[in-house]
Design a protein around this ligand. Structure first.
Ligand SMILES: Nc1nc2c(c(=O)[nH]1)N[C@H]1C(S)=C(S)[C@@H](COP(=O)(O)OP(=O)(O)OC[C@H]3O[C@@H](n4cnc5c(=O)[nH]c(N)nc54)[C@H](O)[C@@H]3O)O[C@H]1N2
Ligand SMILES: Nc1nc2c(c(=O)[nH]1)N[C@H]1C(S)=C(S)[C@@H](COP(=O)(O)OP(=O)(O)OC[C@H]3O[C@@H](n4cnc5c(=O)[nH]c(N)nc54)[C@H](O)[C@@H]3O)O[C@H]1N2
Ligand SMILES: [Mo]
Length: 773
């Protein structure tokens, strides 16, 4: 794609509105698949249509005429592309050559069309027959010990595929089932069960209509779940305060014009009459959330102490606390003991600001707290998420209409994959049930998370990697170390729709298996199939593909998994792989048999408008914790004195632009942040620029300040002044991933701490990161 000139200037428009419509139209035109796109978009997120392949946000029962957003439309366009990466394409380019291409150009080569085998002699991917690919990988897997084989999943594959995939891995004998969740909301999945007995959020879409305050921590709605701007905007119009905690001023959280409302669009073009979404915007320090939440809790508890002393009605919901929770007193003591000075220092927010926010919180009857990577991708993320639950529990804001905790998940089915058994943690899977259903002895040992899997590859313990989607080596931290070790693997197999860098690091034996995407008609023996996904609110939706597959030689993901299993496993008389592939309804029956409480009448309810909610105890104030109560956590980390940051070190936040989906780079325009034509930006506070003597536009290098004997350094970043707090800076993911040590991850969840990487900045030239533009 021709590059536009680099341009950096503040964005003045709102999120949504004409800017979004324009950006969408140019994406469609650029691709040349305009007809398909225009025919399919209206069916996105509709009953009997397809579930968007972009984010996991809820799909309403009464959808808008166009229930999609700018970024959902980009995802659809990207998948429906008319371009194809055929065997001829691979004949023209060696793998070594393709390794020099950037992320955008690799995927821009188009949809994969044929199964491919890596040929070491010619250093090329060559066409291979499906049967041969399955036979060869099966033979390899039979030679290997299951404890050395990684089965990764990236969060997009359907519930049906995912269930089959985890069953295949376990029948084979491996529990190494990490998924992208390990880099994402695993922090949530660890924190919530300890506090409220469920691993997922409790909020339903309808809660937005009944809430009277929304807290937002570290989640960039306008870019990463833009359809949520609709319920947010509606709430804002009812004067529901929205309180944002984010180190960056994110345009998508500030203002929004509904691009599907022509009146407002016109209004905006003429008079700038957009809805202001923020009522309070707190630019805290990266990683300052734990302290900020302690500050909010301190203000609430102290208001309560005062009210009760004065004989006024209490501020804390003591009745709820007595009936439903445990650990309040000890938590309250730790809150009272934490000094405001420490809270201010750690959060970067003033006591007045926090008391102001707490005041709004206390005056609201029902409060939703939503959060994203800004909380989960930190070393103390698990504690922070549990503190957020504490804040909600103080006023009974869980299990009440209009209230609850809302982790905003990433990939469109990442939450669902965990629900149907893709996890390295055996205790989260009904193994006894699987054992009985399929008459085998599943492995009971703890598998590798993403970080563990990387370490195992580096240490030579892992011998094979099977990837169900995703771009593993590109998404993980410590890119260079992982990439160096990767080719030592005996077997690498990727099931994918598009070419990416992970495919270009072949193991000794390597296959690239192209699958049909969710937007495509999935023809099987019993006719075209539907699949299902689970959204961020734990509602299950059916999805039906609408366009003929990108190539007649593609197989569906369920079929690929079934064929892998058949080629690998000696015999599985209790699994009817072919029957399942012929009719996915039978996979859903099997899922229902394994998880009867979650998937009751699964097939019958597949296309229920708005999806059918999984029953979650916490929504009914039934707490599946060891004590049977919701647990207040008494924090350990946040209340300790702060360790001094060495002179010159800034905390680097790695960010998504508005023109990417994870490692899929659609283009080079981060509209809301005013950046065009480049991703090699270092957003800095002007005071830090002055202190360190950097000029706007100057090129600098970043070096990781964690000392572990490995030098991690990248160059070519353009200094750009931005509204980010002093002591913090920001740059894009995945370019920055080589700077993050594998060991720099959240305690308890092992999610890489990608939102707070200590770095030095200097002028000396260093190699530019892979893909730098
Ligand atoms: N278009 C699009 N949609 C996507 C994705 C995409 O790449 N593109 N990715 C999908 C996936 S897999 C995921 S997980 C989600 C990710 O969606 P988000 O959770 O929104 O993730 P990020 O964009 O990485 O960062 C979120 C926000 O956290 C803020 N932040 C950084 N550090 C801190 C901190 O210490 N505290 C606080 N309070 N805030 C902080 C950043 O400024 C940023 O605004 O989106 C999903 N949806
Ligand atoms: N520094 C830093 N690192 C991060 C993050 C961060 O914020 N900062 N975020 C982390 C997060 S939240 C996540 S979720 C991970 C993302 O990690 P991954 O999920 O592994 O990466 P993606 O970029 O989403 O994967 C894109 C690839 O998926 C394949 N694909 C697309 N659609 C399909 C399909 O329908 N079927 C199949 N089989 N394949 C398909 C295509 O080949 C495409 O190239 O990255 C993590 N890494
Ligand atoms: Mo994610």
């Amino acid at each position: 794609m021709p590059q536009k000139a680099v341009k950096i200037e503040p964005y003045k428009g709102p999120a949504g509105g004409w800017g979004s419509a324009q950006s969408l139209l140019s994406a469609v035109r650029r691709d040349g698949a305009a007809q398909d796109v225009m025919r399919l978009l209206p069916q996105q997120n509709k009953k009997d249509g397809f579930a968007c392949v972009s984010c996991a946000w809820a799909k309403p029962a009464s959808p808008h005429p166009f229930e999609f957003c700018e970024n959902g439309a980009k995802a659809t366009t990207w998948e429906l592309t008319s371009r194809r990466a055929t065997p001829e394409f691979f004949a023209r380019h060696t793998v070594s050559e393709l390794r020099l291409w950037n992320d955008h150009d690799l995927e821009y080569s188009g949809r994969l069309t044929q199964p491919l085998r890596y040929d070491r002699e010619t250093d090329r991917y060559v066409e291979v027959a499906w049967e041969e690919a399955f036979r060869a990988m099966g033979a390899e897997l039979r030679q290997l010990r299951p404890e050395t084989v990684i089965f990764y999943a990236s969060g997009r594959a359907s519930l049906e595929t995912s269930y089959m995939y985890q069953l295949f891995a376990r029948l084979y004998g491996s529990n190494h089932l990490p998924d992208s969740s390990n880099m994402c909301h695993e922090t949530t999945s660890v924190a919530l069960p300890q506090s409220i007995g469920v691993p997922v959020g409790t909020v339903l879409l309808e809660d937005f209509e009944h809430t009277d305050c929304i807290l937002s921590f570290g989640q960039n709605t306008g870019t990463n779940s833009p359809r949520m701007l609709h319920p947010l905007q509606k709430a804002a119009k009812r004067n529901v305060p929205i309180i944002v905690f984010n180190p960056l001023r994110e345009r998508g959280l500030e203002r929004f014009v509904n691009p599907q409302n022509p009146v407002e669009m016109a209004g905006n073009a003429i008079a700038g009459s957009d809805t202001r979404l923020d009522c309070q915007y707190h630019q805290l320090k990266a990683g300052g959330d734990g302290a900020a939440i302690m500050g909010l809790c301190k203000a609430v508890i102290s208001a309560d102490d005062k009210a009760r002393a004065a004989g006024r009605p209490p501020v804390v919901d003591h009745a709820f606390i007595a009936e439903h929770t445990q650990g309040f007193e000890s938590f309250a003591e730790s809150v009272r003991a934490m000094e405001w000075s420490l809270i201010e220092q750690r959060s970067g927010l003033s006591r007045t600001a926090l008391e102001g926010a707490a005041n709004v919180y206390c005056n609201a009857r029902a409060v939703i707290a939503k959060f994203g990577m800004g909380l989960t991708q930190h070393r103390d993320g698990v504690e922070t998420v549990r503190l957020l639950i504490n804040l909600l529990l103080l006023r009974g804001n869980i299990g009440k209409r209009g209230a609850g905790i809302l982790p905003v998940r990433g990939h469109s089915n990442v939450q669902g994959q965990r629900t149907v058994g893709i996890t390295e943690k055996p205790e989260l899977v009904p193994l006894d049930r699987l054992a009985e259903q399929y008459r085998f002895e599943p492995p009971r040992w703890e598998g590798w998370s993403t970080v563990d899997a990387c370490q195992a590859v580096i240490d030579g313990e892992a011998k094979a990697f099977i990837g169900l989607g995703g771009n593993f080596t590109r998404a993980v931290p410590d890119t260079e170390r992982v990439e160096r070790a990767w080719p030592e693997l005996r077997l690498t197999v990727h099931v994918a729709t598009k070419l990416n860098r992970s495919h270009l690091l072949p193991g000794e034996v390597c296959y690239l298996l192209p699958c049909i995407g969710r937007l495509e008609v999935d023809h099987q023996a019993s006719g075209p199939q539907a699949v299902s996904i689970e959204d961020s609110t734990a509602c299950i939706h059916g999805s039906r593909g609408k366009r003929e597959p990108a190539s007649p030689d593609l197989l569906s993901e369920p079929r690929i998994v079934a064929e892998m299993a058949k080629a690998t496993l000696p015999s599985t008389p209790h699994v009817d792989w072919d029957g399942w592939v012929g009719d996915y309804g039978r996979v859903r029956d099997a899922i229902e048999a394994t998880y009867p409480q979650h998937f009751e009448r699964f097939n019958e309810r597949l296309f229920q408008p708005g999806g059918f909610p999984r029953p979650l105890g916490a929504r009914e104030r039934k707490w599946a914790t060891p004590s049977g109560k919701a647990e207040f956590l008494t924090p350990k980390t946040v209340s300790k004195a702060q360790v001094a940051v060495p002179e010159g070190v800034l905390q680097l936040i790695t960010l998504r632009s508005n023109d990417q989906f994870n490692t899929t780079i659609y283009g080079y325009h981060d509209r809301f942040r005013g950046v065009q034509g480049t991703r090699m930006i270092l957003f800095m506070n002007r005071a830090d620029m002055r202190r360190q003597g950097f000029q706007e536009g100057e090129l600098v290098s970043l070096q990781c300040a964690i000392e572990d004997g490995v030098k991690r350094r990248l160059g070519g970043f353009r200094v750009t002044p931005y509204a980010v707090p002093e002591g913090c800076c920001a740059a894009y993911y995945p370019e920055c991933n080589p700077l993050i040590p594998l060991s720099h991850h959240a305690e308890g969840s092992k999610v890489p701490a990608a939102k707070s990487v200590p770095v030095f900045i200097d002028r000396q030239a260093a190699p530019r990161p892979f893909g730098a533009i």
